[in-house]
Write a protein that binds this ligand. Sequence first.
Ligand code: AOS
Ligand code: ZN
Ligand code: ZN
Length: 388
Amino acid sequence: MTTASAVRAALKGQQIETPSWAYGNSGTRFKVFAQQGVPRDPFEKIADAAQVHAFTGVAPTVSLHIPWDKVADYAALAKHAADLGVRIGAINANVFQDDDYMLGSVTNPDPRIRRKAVDHLLECVDVMDGTGSRDLKLWFSDGTNYPGQDDIRARQDRLAEALAEVYARLTGEQRLILEYKFFEPAFYTTDVPDWGTAYAHCLKLGERAKVVVDTGHHAPGTNIEFIVAFLLREGKLGAFDFNSRFYADDDLMVGAADPFQLFRIMHEVVRGGGLDPASEVAFMLDQCHNIEPKIPGQIRSVMNVQEATAKALLVDADALAAAQRAGDVLGANAVLMDAYNTDVRALLAELRDEAGLAPDPMAAYARSGYAERIKAERVGGTQAGWGA
Ligand code: AOS
Ligand code: ZN
Ligand code: ZN
């Protein structure tokens, strides 16, 4: 069994990355709702992310999305982050918003558009050099809507070629992390629709190419924890985009729709050594707060991940292994459920207290006056991008 001190150390060491686009206005394809006080530029998005870290103590990095977060001087942005006690995390490329990309980006049949898309990805690596980011996160909206629209195999060839060029540009510790999504915006074929496709491309690319599991990107009923277990076992789990969904890619707060699924995922993470920093698994949020306030939405999400992690760490691994060896189906299931049904909120509050933080981050943020301050100071906040 993991000792109490090991559980506490693992929780204290956990790092959850928040996305810059969670702090801006967002909405659905029907309406983007404007909230008061949202950031007007990337510097203010980072300031908001720093609040999440200040109150939770476990969210020290923020992912950027280029060009939504384009600035003239990335080293200055990184310095601004450092001054606020956070760092810039993954750089997300955006090859889905230009008119040119209507029929795809890196898999587009037109070589001019493919070149433009790859050039953007290479530019994102330049950004990483400036910010000191380790990860280039790639999600492609590429696909087709109608049978026969384009050649499925040729699109895979184009994808492989583009990825190889970008991978070759990485230096040092930099990684390419590839996200899959089974549909949307393409509705017939998607060029990276599932973990198997992402895994096969990453395997060909090499060591520093890994798969991103966005929890909202699967067909209903998919056993995500199996995918997590498999990828971790193969050393190919690069990162999570955490969020929760009731229907499709809803980007709701992680742990809100199905906290038990989040626990099952974190159990496989713990089982597979994914909390060990050496595993380099990045725990990121990919969410949009359309109707709820954004900073508290992120704080709540971070806490939800912490709670699922704490429960996963409390699984009595020895008792579980013994029950599994004995073929004790009910006993093994009970070990898991005992951990899941443990109320870990007091433990987490205690750890925050030990770290000099308020035990209740939601209440502490509300008391801080930050929300009122940004509402007064910031007029005309920007949109995060579309739905995400
Ligand atoms: C899109 O559905 C994906 O989840 C990507 O991670 C995307 O780049 C991000 O959500 C921002 O749009
Ligand atoms: Zn995502
Ligand atoms: Zn998504």
